[in-house]
Write a protein of this length. Structure first.
Length: 580
């Protein structure tokens, strides 16, 4: 999403990036404060000759602040001709290096940010801290990019070439900081249908094999018993031995009949598995796996990397489910010392595994606040100990509605258990809207108003996506190399952390005017924030009186570029007089 020249932008970075010349002059101070060359220098050993990786990466970090969008443009720009002696290939080689641990690098920069602002002068006031997860579509123009797929866009309801960017970040009470991310591709629903059919027939075949083996073993024992009974009858025939012989023979015949039926089923299951495998193989050959034809997949760029390299690990992540990656990222950030009060997610990531994982960290000191899809999720009502889905819970408790005058909405609170974990459910209906939304939390002490205030923090990651795409060219990398895509995304997040630090220092004015020349722009930002608060209050009043859904309005505002631009134009021009 490129910056629109004729529309004044708003957001957390507006004041910081509004004057590129001033910012570029002050950027050297920020680079020194963050010790970028020291952190980047850990990768210098990966390059035996030529320009050190630390110098190349530091140059890449300052690209957007110099008013250029690519390495090629940088080398044509005055800054490239004046300060840089290396050629473009050196930069491309650095971004394409699969051995650089970009995940560790981003985490180190985030730790440095936390360390710089975690002292008596710059520490945020005591407030809610939260780890936030969300994903965003990174649109690409070419199908030959490594690991690229057709990805469903929930805004336009269409399939678009690109990646899904899953981000894990922390809200420290004042700012959102990215900590970790992964790029994903989508296989598509048709693949899942054929794969599910193949796995189903495989499991059925496995069960049939077990049944046949047990019947064969049982029949073998019964035949041995029959042989013994016939020998006894031959030596001494009487009524008792005759009756026993007939019983053993009858049981053996029944077992043999059952075995014959099981063997026929085994043959049928083998054929079903072969057919399912054939269909899956044909789909791979002719179908659009990852939304691409076999020819398009064959033409995609492929790079052979060592199984021990960081690039190999990131490529494996591209095909992992985002819910599994959320669990892995949460463990990683907690291990690196980022201990939040809450974990915030939308309905896509809510699962049993996430609930159990959150409550298992630090002896349950972290709680989950998440939106939940109103479908067939099963909860156990603590009042009646009845297990039922969320639709049934809503239907049964529909009369227990409470009116919240402050937020002008109705809600229903239900005490439940989810897979053995105590949670509270809050069904929410905004204004006169007929649509119910469902929020779940493991913090049993949260009241409704506080719950809504905490969940609103999740919108900070939406602002992060918007600003990174608007100002820092997130997702604009054109390289076909997957390593370069990872590198470009990491560098964008490093830039965002640095700009957020710049904004925090100026807002609090606690380090002796490190960026004093940007103070005027930040004053304008405070005024914009006040206007935004007034605007949202007006939107809330309108939604309550007209029957519109406030949550839906917020989602449209953050995700639809056309609506967002219209909203921007409502802010008076005089607010941006100095910043423009």
């Amino acid at each position: 999403m490129q910056q629109i020249k004729d529309t004044k932008q708003i957001g957390n970075l507006q004041a910081v990036v509004s004057n590129s010349e001033k910012l570029a002059d002050s950027l050297a101070d920020v680079i020194d404060v963050f010790r970028l060359k020291l952190h980047f220098g850990l990768s210098d050993s990966l390059k035996t000759k030529g320009y050190p990786i630390s110098s190349l990466l530091t140059s890449l970090v300052i690209l957007p602040f110099a008013g250029v969008a690519s390495v090629y443009a940088m080398l044509k720009h005055d800054i490239g001709r004046r300060d840089l002696a290396s050629k473009k290939d050196a930069y491309y080689d650095a971004k394409n290096n699969e051995n650089i641990d970009w995940r560790k690098l981003l985490m180190q920069i985030a730790k440095q940010f936390n360390s710089l602002l975690n002292n008596e002068l710059t520490a945020p006031e005591k407030g809610v801290t939260a780890i936030i997860f969300d994903d965003s579509l990174l649109e690409k123009t070419g199908k030959k990019i490594e690991k690229l797929s057709l990805t469903f866009d929930h805004v336009s309801k269409t399939y678009i070439c690109g990646f899904k960017l899953l981000v894990c970040g922390i809200w420290d009470g004042l700012s959102f900081i990215p900590l970790d991310f992964s790029l994903h591709r989508e296989k598509g629903t048709k693949h899942e249908v054929f794969a599910a059919k193949f796995f189903k027939t495989t499991n059925e075949l496995r069960r049939s094999n077990i049944v046949v083996e047990k019947l064969q073993e049982k029949l073998s024992k019964q035949l041995n018993r029959l042989t013994v009974a016939e020998q006894v009858f031959a030596n001494k025939s009487n009524n008792s031995n005759t009756k026993k012989l007939e019983q053993v023979r009858s049981v053996s015949q029944n077992t043999a009949a059952n075995l014959l039926v099981a063997e026929k089923k085994l043959i049928a299951d083998q054929q079903a598995q072969k057919n399912a495998y054939k269909e899956l193989k044909q789909f791979y050959a002719k179908g659009r796996l990852f939304g691409l034809t076999k020819k398009e997949r064959k033409e995609q760029f492929k790079k052979l990397v060592s199984a021990q390299s960081q690039g190999f690990k990131r490529r494996k992540e591209a095909d992992k489910s985002k819910t599994d990656m959320v669990l892995a990222m949460l463990s990683r950030v907690v291990k690196n010392g980022f201990i939040p009060r809450y974990v915030l997610t939308d309905s896509w990531f809510f699962s049993e595994a996430l609930v159990v994982k959150v409550k298992s960290i630090k002896k349950g000191m972290i709680d989950l606040v998440s939106m939940v899809r109103i479908n067939n999720q099963i909860f156990t009502d603590c009042a009646g100990e009845n297990a039922m889905n969320v639709k049934s819970l809503l239907k049964i408790n529909g009369r227990n509605t409470t009116r919240c005058k402050k937020l002008r909405c109705n809600y229903i609170k239900i005490n439940c258990k989810y897979k053995g974990v105590r949670v509270n459910l809050f069904y929410v209906k905004m204004g006169r809207s007929s649509t119910w939304h469902l929020l779940a939390t493991t913090d049993l002490n949260l009241n409704f108003i506080r719950l809504m205030e905490i969940y609103q923090i999740r919108w900070s990651i939406e602002v992060f996506f918007k600003e990174c795409k608007q100002y820092l060219n997130l997702g604009q990398c054109k390289s076909s190399n997957f390593d370069a895509q990872i590198a470009d995304t990491t560098i964008t997040m490093v830039q965002y952390i640095m700009l957020t630090y710049c904004k925090r220092i100026n807002c609090q004015m606690s380090l002796g005017g490190l960026f004093k020349e940007l103070h005027d722009e930040l004053v304008e930002l405070s005024l914009v924030n006040k206007l935004l608060a007034l605007f949202w209050e007006l939107v809330r009043i309108f939604s309550a009186s007209s029957g519109c859904d406030l949550i839906t309005i917020q989602q449209e505002m953050m995700q639809n570029q056309e609506i967002y631009n219209s909203f921007v134009k409502l802010i008076p021009d005089k607010v941006f007089k100095k910043a423009a």
